[in-house]
Structure formats: C-alpha cells, structure tokens
Design a protein around this ligand. Sequence first.
Ligand SMILES: *[C@@H]1O[C@H](CO)[C@@H](O)[C@H](O)[C@H]1NC(C)=O
Ligand SMILES: *[C@@H]1O[C@H](CO)[C@@H](O)[C@H](O)[C@H]1NC(C)=O
Ligand SMILES: *[C@@H]1O[C@H](CO)[C@@H](O)[C@H](O)[C@H]1NC(C)=O
Ligand SMILES: *[C@@H]1O[C@H](CO)[C@@H](O)[C@H](O)[C@H]1NC(C)=O
Ligand SMILES: *[C@@H]1O[C@H](CO)[C@@H](O)[C@H](O)[C@H]1NC(C)=O
Ligand SMILES: *[C@@H]1O[C@H](CO)[C@@H](O)[C@H](O)[C@H]1NC(C)=O
Ligand SMILES: *[C@@H]1O[C@H](CO)[C@@H](O)[C@H](O)[C@H]1NC(C)=O
Ligand SMILES: *[C@@H]1O[C@H](CO)[C@@H](O)[C@H](O)[C@H]1NC(C)=O
Length: 596
Amino acid sequence: MSWILPSVILAVSTLCSGAILENVADLNALNLTFDFIVVGGGTAGNVVANRLSENPNHKILVLEAGGSNTGVLDIIVPSFCREATPNTAQDWNYTTTPQVGLNGRSIAHNRGFVLGGSSSVSKSFIVEHQYYMVYTRGSKEDFNRWAAVTEDDGWSWDNLLPYMTKNEIWSPPADNHNTAGKFDPAVHGFEGITAVSLSGFPTPIDSRIIAATSELEGYPFNLDMNSGNPIGVGWGQLTVKDGERSSSATSYLASQFLGRPNLYVLLNARVTRVLETSGAVRTVEFVQDLNGEPLTLTATKEVILSAGSIGTPNILLHSGIGNSSTLTTLGIQPVHNLPSVGQNLSDHTLLFLSFLVNSTNTFETAVHNATLAAEEFAQWNTSRTGPLVDNPLSHIGWLRVPNNSPVFEQFGDPSAGPNTPHFELIIANGMIPPPPPEGNFLSVVPVVVSPASRGSVTLNTNDLLADPLINPNHLGSEVDVFIMREAVKSAVRFTTAPAWDDYVLSAVGLNATTDAEIDAFVRANAATIYHPVGTASMSPRSAAWGVVDPDLRVKGLTGLRVVDLSVVPFIPAAHTQAAAYIIGERASDLIKESWN
Ligand SMILES: *[C@@H]1O[C@H](CO)[C@@H](O)[C@H](O)[C@H]1NC(C)=O
Ligand SMILES: *[C@@H]1O[C@H](CO)[C@@H](O)[C@H](O)[C@H]1NC(C)=O
Ligand SMILES: *[C@@H]1O[C@H](CO)[C@@H](O)[C@H](O)[C@H]1NC(C)=O
Ligand SMILES: *[C@@H]1O[C@H](CO)[C@@H](O)[C@H](O)[C@H]1NC(C)=O
Ligand SMILES: *[C@@H]1O[C@H](CO)[C@@H](O)[C@H](O)[C@H]1NC(C)=O
Ligand SMILES: *[C@@H]1O[C@H](CO)[C@@H](O)[C@H](O)[C@H]1NC(C)=O
Ligand SMILES: *[C@@H]1O[C@H](CO)[C@@H](O)[C@H](O)[C@H]1NC(C)=O
Ligand SMILES: *[C@@H]1O[C@H](CO)[C@@H](O)[C@H](O)[C@H]1NC(C)=O
C-alpha cells in the first residue's frame, strides 16, 4: 500500500505571499533577491526561516533536498513511526562504516529527506531529532557544559530557558485526560510553536511502571524530566498535537507563517557546495536533477547551513572547508583549513531489549491482526484518537551508574555532572522493531546517553553526490561498553519489581550470566537511536579547534553560519530534537542582532 498522496503545491503569488515551490524555474520567474538562504528545511532550519521572516524587510529562502511532507501518512500518524521501513522516499538511506565496537557491523543511519528533515521522519525514515517525536531537553549540566566549553554563557541552561519555552506550546493530550501529577507546568512554555504533550491513549502497563518506581530502589519517580534535573522515571513527552505529529514543517512552516510574503521554500534542491563570492561565502550551489547542471543562488546577507550533522560537514568538505591536506588528497581544492570539520561525531548507542509477557494487550496484537489495525486506523482517521495518537514510549527512565565505578578512575566520567544520566531506559508496551509472528512483549530499551566515544564524517571521493563515510564509533570507548552493560542489568532489574509479577516472563535473546556474555550480546545487537551531533562544533573564539564560534559563524569566514546539531560540542543526555529547536531559536536571535 502506498501512503504517499499527491503533494499539495501552494499557489504562488508574486504579490502577497511566500510559497513552497518545487521547481527552480518558478523561483527564477519571481526574480527575487534573498537576504538569507537556509540550507536544509529540517528541525533547526525551519526555526531560523520562521524567525528571520518576522522582519518583513528580510527575504528568506529555504532549500530542502527532499520533497513535501504533506499527505505522507507515515509522517502524520504518530504511531506509524514504528511501521515504515528504511530506504523510503523520505530517507537519505545512509549506513555507517563497519563499527569496531559492534563486531564490525555496518548499521542503518537514517536521516530525513523531506521538508521538516528528521523532524518529519518516523522511525526508519530517519530521525535526526524527531525520530519518535520524543521531546526531552537534557540536564542543566549538559547546557552549562556547552557554556563552559565555548566560553559563552549564552549557551547555559538559565540563558537558554527562554528559548526552550519560546519553542514550546504545551498542548492537551489527544484524549484530553487529566494530566495533573504527570508533568510540572512551571517548567514549560504555553505560547510557543512546537506542540508538546503527554501520551493521549493509556496503556495497560502505565500503572505497573509507576508502581515499580516506588517498589524498587534506584528508579525514583520524576514528575518532569524536562525540569533540567532528569534523573528518575517519568511520563514521556512528545511532539504531537491533536493526534498528529508536530514537526518543524507543520509548526514553524504552518500556513500562517508561509503566508508571509518574504518566506519561500524550494523543495528537491540538494545543496552540494557553498562558494565564495566577493570575499564572503554567500553562494550556494545545488542540483534539482541529479544528472543536471549545477545551479547557484547568492544571498545578500548570510547563508545558514542547517543540513544536519551528516549533511553540514559533507557540504563544507566538498566546498574545500576542512582539513586542507586531506581535501587535497581527495582532489578537492582547499579553500579554508578547518581540520575539525566532520570530526568528533557523537551518537547515542541503543539496544532493543524486549521481554516476553503474559498479556495479549500490547502493540503486537494489532500487528498480528489486520482487522484490529484497520479499526485503530479508522478511529484515528475519523477522530484523531485511539492507540495511534502516540509514539510507543509511554515512559522513560534517566539513570546513572555509581559515581565510584572503577572505570571512571581510568577514563573519567563522561557525563556532564552528577545530575546527568549515563543511560536511558525506554519503556514501551511492545517490541519496537518488527516483532516475531507470535508473542507479546515489553520493551525496556537501554541507551548510552553520555557517551565518550567520538567518530567522524569524512569523504572518500570528490563526487558531490556520493554518500559521506559515517563513523559514529559506537561503543568505541571502554567506558561506554561499561555503561551499556550496567544499563542492560538495570533494564532487567526493573522488570523484577513486584508490579511485573505474573507479567514479565523472560528476556528475549538475552541469556547472559557473565559480563562478557552481556557485552557479546550488546556488540552483536546494538544499534543507534539516530542522535548524531558534533561534526561542526562550537569552540571558543580563539580556539585552535572547532568549526564555528559561539555565535555560530564559521571560523575565519564571512557570510556563513551553521545552525543545526552539528555545532553541539557535547551530546546532551536527551533525545536531540529539543536541542535542535533550542539552537534554532537562539541562533535566530544571534542572526537578527547582526542585521537589525
Ligand atoms: C529583476 O529585478 C531587478 C531588480 O531587482 C530588475 O532590475 C530586473 O529588471 C528584473 N528582471 C525581470 C525580468 O523582471
Ligand atoms: C532512498 O531510497 C528510496 C527507495 O529506494 C528512494 O526513493 C529515495 O530517493 C532514496 N533517497 C535518496 C536521498 O536518494
Ligand atoms: C589533517 O589530516 C591529516 C591526514 O590527512 C592528519 O595527519 C592531520 O593531523 C590533520 N590535521 C589536523 C590539524 O587535524
Ligand atoms: C573534539 O572535541 C574536543 C572537546 O570535546 C576538543 O578538545 C578536540 O579538540 C576536538 N577534536 C577535533 C579534531 O576537533
Ligand atoms: C482481530 O480483531 C478483531 C477486531 O477487534 C476481532 O474481532 C477479532 O476477534 C480479532 N481476531 C483475533 C484472531 O484475535
Ligand atoms: C481517511 O478518511 C478520509 C475521509 O475523512 C478518507 O477520504 C480517506 O480515504 C481515509 N483514509 C484511509 C487511508 O482510509
Ligand atoms: C498469567 O497471568 C494470569 C493472570 O492474568 C496468571 O493467572 C497466570 O499465572 C500468569 N501466567 C504466568 C506464566 O505467569
Ligand atoms: C542459556 O545459557 C546456558 C549456559 O550458557 C545454556 O546452558 C542454556 O541452554 C541457554 N538457554 C537458552 C534458552 O539458550
């Protein structure tokens, strides 16, 4: 079955409104000059486009490599985030290099290839930041570490809090249930743009999870994981509004914003390079037809690279901005020596861990019963209610290994501080990957959220359209292997709470009694939660490393900024969607200050 409906192309009016265009000829016919060109209509890019176009004197163009998000049901229906397979029309279809820490396996590294970028993408469609629509900011310490390492206090938690609330419009859940005791209104924004809510359909394990938090030591209930102090187990928060995914395309590019006469989006425009003209890097080179001639457009003020942690370094390197000696070897003319471009890639390693359960009321039941699945869809389609209004993550735990763990003596503690988690447990009422033909399951999925491992995004050819080499270096450091091992033990221990008596039967596939056996299971099965960051990192203005200054301008160049998760110097202990929005909001103010 094809879920792709014909995309809607908004009417173009040269007089009174901006538009989403599909063909550069339509753009050229308008004969416009753009002040800002945003490369990538993803999570952060659409924030910048929205905020800069608040000034009617500034004309903004977004170039998006993928197509329209309109009418793509896998993107709209929240719970379909589990159903899409990789290599769809909305996916960049990347895979990693062979991962030493994963027994040499190459794994999928999906990214959104659609307006909204990874904010529009569901599970296998990518997910730079909006994978499962999970909205978690991280700890105060995560952001305070950014401020310390960049020597810019503007990146501290306290100074970013106004941008967090500016991004967020807290919204009622789809079933309008009473949410008292499930979140703390004091830490949220109610007048922003991206909808954030609690799950809108109860699951039969909700009460068991909450009971387990008081039955066991070490899993305290946390009223609100977005308070800056995430440690504990709490209710998941997700970017869903009225039963539909809220992505940067549906929120920051909603019709009231696209109605502005100074905001344009060109789809199917894959940027290949940024080029210097008159001493500034304000020209973008792109293709619409992969076999066609390169096209160029020049901004009068700035080019904003928001192509994500893979796309941004890929474009910079092809533009000759990177390690000059490596670029020369590849036959790329060096333009500006910035050896940190593409280095320091960080990602979160995950292990899909499931438990066979004594129940028939899990996701699997609808997966195995087409009639039930059709009923659930019909309910969603007529009333935007029912089981499809949610992502599968009803609850999340954010936990630490002991501060005195011996591995830290040798390698240090990679977390941002004592109130920052080392690992996450994602709890779901079923198996998150496609389940086997029989059985019902519980997921308690461990994720290493403060990893020490760093990898890279590099090129192996000067072919502008080739995929880059993506090496997240999963489990490349001893400390990450240790944390994942302890996280697996913690996940298993969580299922021993009395609340799970007569319910949890056995762990799927995990038959390990020794640390070495756990490690072997992890290396054979771990994957990614698709949170790449760090490949065009911020650093202090005078630093000998890094790619951008704390105001996100590319070091040593004029006219070019980076606004996406590639600027993150240390990965936050969080799903990275919220950070992408926060960066987009602060960056918009930094850019406005330069041009007011
Ligand atoms: C395009 O706009 C410029 C001014 O911005 C004007 O000089 C030129 O005549 C216009 N071209 C067409 C074909 O309208
Ligand atoms: C990913 O694969 C799908 C299916 O083959 C294809 O439609 C899509 O265009 C591919 N994405 C890119 C960026 O090439
Ligand atoms: C640049 O890359 C070369 C390998 O091509 C490497 O030897 C060198 O250390 C790199 N330079 C920096 C400053 O990282
Ligand atoms: C990687 O990041 C660290 C800070 O976390 C920095 O000290 C180091 O210089 C960076 N390496 C490169 C190649 O940019
Ligand atoms: C499948 O679901 C339908 C609709 O809920 C239900 O009537 C039917 O009994 C289910 N079939 C099985 C085999 O459970
Ligand atoms: C959803 O409902 C609309 C009518 O509101 C209908 O046209 C459409 O076919 C339904 N979609 C599916 C996939 O059943
Ligand atoms: C399954 O649950 C029922 C109660 O719902 C209980 O009677 C039965 O013992 C459980 N089975 C197992 C194997 O735990
Ligand atoms: C679990 O491992 C033990 C010892 O390695 C082995 O004897 C047993 O058969 C295994 N059980 C399963 C279900 O694989």
